[in-house]
Design a protein around this ligand. Structure first.
Ligand SMILES: Cc1ncc(COP(=O)(O)O)c(C=O)c1O
Length: 362
């Protein structure tokens, strides 16, 4: 037996489709990889996948790839950050998962194996153009690219790199990274390049090349503090909601919540709302974090508990059982994240299993 949930996340399929359309517009002729790692940034990959029409999907862990295959996704599927070993190579071949090779050692491992003849195995080669996370340094990639390209049992689909600061339009790092990849592309003109993340797609058209990888924008969140005509049309896919469980009157001088971090300076009406860090609402959200009720933003007050938050509703006509929006439609996750010193990616990804995902189809 179940009752209406206190806390839930609405997942809008029309918003998802809208965002994919916007990404398509922004990406021009580039082929589109949709990034569904971390359970589609917390949105629920299996609920979304059937609605996604793209050239490929990408995940970060082999288990995520296996889950998508078991669910019946047969399209191109990339494993972005694998730990290359015999077993992984075997599974990837069985399930037709494209591997991203991000080091000379990973390439050597593959090259040392007895590879099946016939249809060449597709691989992507990750280049470190300046982020210094995974990837073969751009200046050192010629050898490995030639080695892999010469092997008749392998097919290098594309080189791939990742931006460190594409969201920051004032940063020089993007130009520097682009210069390195352009130089490499010149030396290997027959290879595709896959570079742009969401911010790259919308704000750095020179980074589009042959393939783009879209994550955050697919979920309807602007990847940068900057806006343009297209980012303005993104619609949040996830709207996180919770019900008001009680309304309290707090006297002047009384405090609210753990460690008495907020004290009323005058008699204050407080709505107690059924969401907390046990649901993935960030515990570090400070007093003043906006909470949307009936289209109006009210400030969170006091410490976020495991299951509850407290909100200063002033004189507003807010009742028990009313619905608050924590982020999503009407209140961007990007805005809320700033009040918790985090980013929208972390907010949606950390939503806990306790929060029921309600799929909205129209
Ligand atoms: C390698 C790689 N490519 C693409 C993406 C997608 O980035 P975004 O969500 O900013 O579009 C990510 C996200 O973290 C990533 O790690």
């Amino acid at each position: 037996m179940t009752t209406d949930p206190i806390t839930w996340a609405e997942i809008s399929i029309p918003a998802l489709k809208n965002n994919l359309g916007i990404i398509r517009k922004a990406a021009g002729n580039a082929k589109i990889i949709l990034v569904l790692k971390a359970d589609a940034y917390g949105h629920g990959a299996l609920d979304l996948v059937e609605h996604l029409d793209a050239d490929a999907l990408a995940v970060a862990r082999i288990d995520e790839a296996i889950t998508l295959r078991n669910h019946g996704y047969h399209g191109r599927l990339l494993l972005l950050s694998p730990l290359i070993n015999d077993q992984l190579i075997q599974i990837s071949q069985q399930l037709k998962i494209d591997l991203v090779l991000h080091s000379q050692a990973a390439a050597n491992h593959l090259l040392s194996m007895q590879l099946p003849t016939g249809k060449p195995i597709p691989v992507w080669v990750k280049i470190d153009s300046g982020m210094h996370r995974l990837g073969i340094l751009a200046e050192q990639a010629d050898g490995v690219l030639s080695q892999l390209s010469r092997n008749p049992n392998l097919h290098v689909v594309s080189v791939m790199s990742h931006f460190a600061s594409a969201d920051d339009l004032e940063s020089n790092q993007t130009t520097e990274q682009l210069a390195k990849i352009n130089a490499l592309h010149k030396k290997h003109p027959s290879l595709d390049v896959c570079f742009a993340n969401s911010a790259g797609i919308f704000f750095h058209p020179a980074a589009h090349f042959e393939w783009i990888r879209a994550g955050l924008a697919l979920y309807g969140i602007n990847p940068s503090n900057h806006q343009n005509e297209l980012t303005q049309k993104l619609i949040p896919v996830m709207t996180l909601k919770a019900r008001v469980l009680d309304i309290k009157l707090i006297n002047a001088g009384e405090s609210v919540g753990y460690n008495a971090r907020w004290t009323a300076h005058k008699p204050t009406r407080i709505a107690v709302i059924g969401i907390g860090y046990g649901d993935g609402f960030p515990r570090h959200a400070v007093s003043g974090t906006p909470i949307l009720i009936h289209g109006v933003e009210y400030p969170l007050v006091g410490t976020v508990s495991m299951d509850l938050i407290t909100v200063n509703i002033g004189d507003a006509d807010v009742q028990v059982n009313d619905i608050a929006t924590l982020w999503g439609e009407g209140l961007s996750a990007r805005k809320v994240a700033k009040f918790a010193e985090t980013i929208a990616y972390e907010l949606t990804t950390r939503l806990s299993q306790r929060v029921k995902r309600v799929i909205i189809n129209n």
